[in-house]
Write a protein that binds this ligand. Structure first.
Ligand code: MTE
Ligand code: MO
Length: 331
């Protein structure tokens, strides 16, 4: 049922191919019906919430629906951040350092054709056209909290699949211990790639077991549509228990390595940003506390800061990955 929309996922310019909202909502209703029979009230209320939220699908870009994820802990019941906020309050330094810059400037990003190379210590290195990468596994919707290191957070319904699905396809060698992510650095379309704030291309990395964790999402969409450019189109990483900057946008290369890869923010300021960057209210940034956060969209005078949760609230799912590690040392 998702095939048509997947095929059309990256053709923003042909409205006749876009699934009409009515058909889309009908599908949602069917899913809701199924959910009632299968797993009872909790799932049904989740489905109806989703169905209601989907009526507010922004309708700006091509639809990219995802089935409810079965991954444990993958969908918080918290209220979604408004699409308008999630798509206009961004960090994407290739397009400027002001939060409003990416939404203003990222229209120059050309997301088609797009190729993602998977290389390094793998048995089956591969180059994927974005359309094929998108179809590699079924699209799921996951409502993740995202906590930026600067002290704000959002709740976003991402669409994608576990990065583990891709990793299994390319068969890492026994010597592969880390995964490096490199993103596009095109001075012709990205006005700030020449700036000296960071080294380009923007680079990120995960330990292989972190990359294989089912919560680690390779994301192609949000709010039931393909990603807007400013949020990292056409493909980005979402690692919900880490600070936002780990979520590399507009990925072009995924490389398996034996040594811990360099990461953009660690290279820029090693004492402020470590390799792990797990959300941790007990380890302050050298210049500010990480104990609380502000939820974007709730910034009225009376809105309270929220307590930041260990591993951003995903401790039950990911705590084991760091058993015995000194999280002050490995920040
Ligand atoms: N290529 C690239 N990816 C990036 C960044 C960036 O500047 N360039 N900023 C990071 C930071 S600091 C955050 S908080 C998240 C923001 O993602 P969002 O705009 O979708 O909320 O993207 C991350 N990914
Ligand atoms: Mo961030």
């Amino acid at each position: 049922m998702l095939i048509k929309t997947q095929r059309d996922g990256f053709h923003h310019d042909r409205p006749s191919e876009i699934t009409p909202a009515g058909v889309y909502l009908q599908r949602r209703a069917v899913m809701q019906h199924l959910a009632t029979g299968v797993a009872g009230a909790a799932l049904a209320s989740w489905a109806s919430r989703q169905a209601r939220a989907q009526t507010a699908r922004p309708g700006k870009l091509a639809p990219l629906p995802g089935a409810r994820s079965a991954v444990a802990g993958a969908s918080t019941m918290e209220k979604w951040t408004e699409y308008k906020d999630a798509s206009t309050y961004n960090n994407y330094y290739e397009f400027g350092t002001d939060k409003a810059d990416p939404a203003k400037n990222a229209h120059t990003l050309k997301t088609s054709p797009w190729t993602v190379e998977v290389e390094g210590l793998v048995k089956k290195p591969a180059k994927y056209a974005i359309e094929n990468l998108l179809k590699l596994s079924a699209q799921e919707e996951r409502v993740y909290r995202m906590r930026c290191v600067e002290g704000w957070s959002m709740v976003i319904p991402w669409v994608g699949y576990s990065l583990a699905e891709l990793i299994r396809k390319v068969e890492p060698l026994g010597s592969a211990k880390y995964v490096e992510f490199l993103t596009l650095a095109d001075p012709k379309t990205m006005p700030f790639v020449g700036s000296r704030i960071l080294e380009w291309p923007y680079a990120e990395g995960l330990r292989l077991d972190e990359a294989m964790h089912p919560l680690t999402l390779l994301s192609f969409g949000m709010y039931g549509e393909v990603l807007p450019n400013q949020n990292g189109a056409p493909v980005r990483l979402v690692v919900p228990w880490k600070y936002g900057f780990k979520n590399a946008k507009s990925i072009v290369k995924i490389r398996f390595t034996e040594k811990q890869p360099a990461t953009a923010w660690n290279v820029a300021a090693a004492n402020e940003y470590g390799f792990y960057s797990n959300v941790n209210p007990n380890v302050d940034h050298p210049r500010w506390s990480q104990a609380t956060e502000r939820r974007i969209g709730e910034d009225g005078l009376l809105s309270k800061r929220r307590k930041t949760l260990m591993f951003n609230g995903y401790e039950a799912q990911v705590g084991q990955l760091y058993a015995g590690m000194d999280l002050k040392k490995f920040y």
